[in-house]
Write a protein that binds this ligand. Structure first.
Ligand SMILES: Nc1ncnc2c1ncn2[C@@H]1O[C@H](COP(=O)(O)OP(=O)(O)OP(=O)(O)O)[C@@H](O)[C@H]1O
Ligand SMILES: [Mg+2]
Length: 251
């Protein structure tokens, strides 16, 4: 890998057909760190993750993974390279059992013994899932579903994990459970994690580096704990202002 980032976008412009959503985005994810993206509804957070997966139109700029420009690769090649993506919605098959979901998720793997190993790995991380194996995934609670969805990404042996709003629509108690799950996953696997969250304060508390997004651009880049105490964060909640505080050099 060249450089210190496992994943980067350089001057990325992205949209859906003619609808331009993301402007000139330089996004950097160092190996082994938790990188947080916060921002209100509709600013392009999901679109950035989709662009990294190859799921929307890149007008210009580069997506670089492990030192390689991957703009031209189809989504399944990006998955095979190790980009793990847990989408905001539709991330489990609710009619299949928990065990079937996990097996299905390992479609890049044909060796049964390896699939078993991966399942054991997921169960070590999330022991509750093992008890749920025969249950249909649609009967799981919101927090348990997120656990399964994260487990499904881990079945593909990712080198990075991108998680889009895992706490959306969950009640406060479950929000804490899900965030603790993520912290445990980060600690136990050492994987670099990109976490998109509207519940900014809780997410920033688990993050290393952070970005704030408004109108398809980053309006803040800096240490997660610094953003926690930055006036921009309150302004985001209040839905006001367009102030920029970009630190382009990081150490
Ligand atoms: N398939 C699509 N076709 C056209 N426009 C889209 C499409 N998907 C998203 N958009 C638009 O792109 C913009 C950014 O959407 P995106 O889903 O990236 O926002 P977000 O920051 O993830 O918001 P949220 O916090 O609500 O999930 C929005 O204006 C949205 O309407
Ligand atoms: Mg979104």
């Amino acid at each position: 890998m060249s450089g210190k980032y496992i994943l980067e976008t350089k001057g990325l412009n992205v949209g859906y057909g003619p609808i331009h959503v993301i402007y000139d985005l330089d996004f950097k994810v160092p190996d082994g760190e938790v990188t947080i993206i916060v921002g209100p509804n509709g600013v392009g957070k999901t679109t950035l993750l989709k662009a990294i997966m190859g799921l929307c139109t890149v007008y210009s700029g580069e997506v670089v993974f492990g030192g390689k420009v991957i703009n031209k690769l189809p989504p399944y090649e990006r998955t095979k390279m190790g980009i793990g993506y847990m989408p905001q919605v539709g991330n489990i098959f609710s009619r299949l059992s928990v065990a079937e979901n996990l097996k299905m998720a390992a479609y890049t793997q044909t060796n049964v013994a390896v699939i078993q190993d991966k399942m054991e790995f997921v169960f070590n991380l999330f022991p509750r899932l093992k008890d749920f194996m025969p249950r249909s995934a649609g009967t799981l609670s919101g927090g348990e579903r997120q656990m399964l969805a994260e487990g499904m990404v881990l079945m593909r042996d990712p080198k990075i994990m991108m998680v889009d709003e895992p706490t959306a629509g969950l009640m406060p108690k479950l929000v804490n459970d899900v965030m603790r799950q993520l912290e445990k996953m980060a600690e136990d696997t050492g994987l670099p994690i990109v976490l998109v969250e509207q519940r900014a304060r809780r997410a920033l508390a688990v993050g290393d580096w952070s970005y704030m997004m408004r109108g398809g651009r980053f309006t803040y880049e800096g240490k997660a704990d610094e953003l926690l105490n930055h006036p921009l964060l309150n302004e985001m909640y209040l839905g006001a202002v367009e102030v920029r505080d970009l630190k382009t050099v990081r150490e």
